[in-house]
Design a protein around this ligand. Structure first.
Ligand code: ATP
Ligand code: MG
Length: 355
């Protein structure tokens, strides 16, 4: 298959972890006879330094031409002056919006070798395999805001169409998994949540009668996610609840350095990135964990290119590297821990051996 992959390394450890993931994608292309073409552009702080803008037009044009986008991370202390007019994070929001990406997928599958790194007891984590689908373009983050000296407001707004499309995406994912969807809202107090619940019920009844649907209020969901995470398959929720629950869910896996994400819309192009930030404290040291970005590349193959076999192959290679004790500093006992390049090489060797 031919594919154009746009790489946006961004800031901090972004260039280090995207380089690792690109080397894995190149190995996959070689192994399976694909022709991947990589183009690299600027975003975030690096783009502000070079052009004055966090999302230069050339980057957006390249994204529109691409089949998929692999992103590192944006931001860092250099650009975090609260009075600054342009900020790196604006680049990320703008590109997601321009590409119409409304569903943010975050799988959480704690690996046996890293259970000890999570603050949750290992026996609760064994067998956890869940996927949070967060609505990404609506809700209170994007509603009208008002402010005077001592009063402020943020409007939370959702349309049925916005809810339908993300629920469809969650149900389609659940069909390929264990067939269960947990929809999270606050329908006992919020009108947007009542619309969310009614719409979800209708979409499942009319289009996905085979899906087992349950509703949870967001407050009890926050508790259940830690108390019985094994019970969940796909969790779908609105923007702000998803923001909070996905950070909570990340703790199940032990390290930010292991968690990938995908942002998808109706077209095949998506943005794939680790959930961690630019980690300025370790940038340039060659010790960042590349696995979250390598696993994001696996999601890219699955969701934008339809290459399921190749995606699974990468996921298994990362799993085997972890099994073999290939742990970067975020996962290893203090003072031990392999470097980014060693961890990447371990994955490449597993690919070579098994795929
Ligand atoms: P952002 O606001 O951009 O999301 P953040 O404040 O959430 O950033 P991160 O940049 O994600 O913070 O870093 C949080 C901590 O996790 C830091 O100590 C960082 O070094 C560590 N960290 C993040 N990603 C990795 C990684 N891939 N490998 C190792 N450590 C990491
Ligand atoms: Mg963060």
């Amino acid at each position: 298959m031919n594919a154009n992959i746009l790489v946006l390394p961004g800031d901090g450890i972004g260039p280090e972890v995207t380089a690792a993931a690109v080397s894995v994608l190149r190995a996959i292309a070689k192994r399976y006879g694909h022709d991947f073409h990589f183009e690299e552009k600027l975003i975030g702080g690096a783009a502000i330094d070079a052009t004055g803008e966090p999302l230069p037009q050339a980057t957006l044009d390249a994204a529109r031409r691409a089949d998929a986008v692999l992103l590192g991370a944006v931001g860092g202390p250099k650009w975090s002056d609260p009075k600054a007019k342009v900020r790196p994070e604006q680049g990320l929001l703008a590109i997601r919006k321009a590409l119409g990406l409304y569903a943010n997928l975050r799988p959480v599958t704690p690996h046996p070798a890293t259970l000890g790194a999570s603050p949750i007891k290992p026996h609760l984590l064994n067998g956890v395999d869940l996927m949070v689908v967060r609505e990404l373009t609506g809700g209170i983050y994007f509603g009208d805001k008002t402010r005077d000296a001592d009063t402020a407001s943020d409007l939370c707004r959702y349309s049925a169409a916005e809810i339908e499309r993300v629920v469809r995406r969650a149900c389609t994912l659940a069909r390929a998994r264990r067939g269960k969807v947990t929809s999270v809202d606050k329908a006992n107090v919020l009108e947007t949540s009542r619309l969310w619940r009614e719409t979800t019920e209708r979409v499942v009844r009319e289009e996905f009668p085979d899906i087992e649907l349950e509703h949870q209020l967001v407050d009890s969901m926050a508790m259940h996610l830690l108390a019985k995470p094994r019970e969940y398959d796909v969790i779908v929720t609105e923007n702000m609840f998803g923001d909070i629950l996905t950070d909570e869910a990340s703790m199940l896996a032990g390290s930010l350095g292991l968690l990938p994400s995908a942002s998808l819309g109706d077209d095949r192009v998506g943005i794939y990135e680790p959930i961690h930030g630019s980690a300025p404290d370790i940038a340039g040291k060659g010790i960042a964990n590349p696995f979250a970005t390598i696993l994001s590349a696996a999601m890219l193959l699955r969701h934008s290119l339809g290459l399921e076999r190749e995606a699974t192959c990468i996921e298994q290679a990362v799993g085997k590297a972890l099994d073999a004790g290939v742990l970067t500093a975020d996962l290893a006992p203090a003072g031990r821990g392999v470097r980014t390049a060693d961890a990447t090489r371990a994955v490449l060797e597993q690919l070579e051996a098994d795929c």
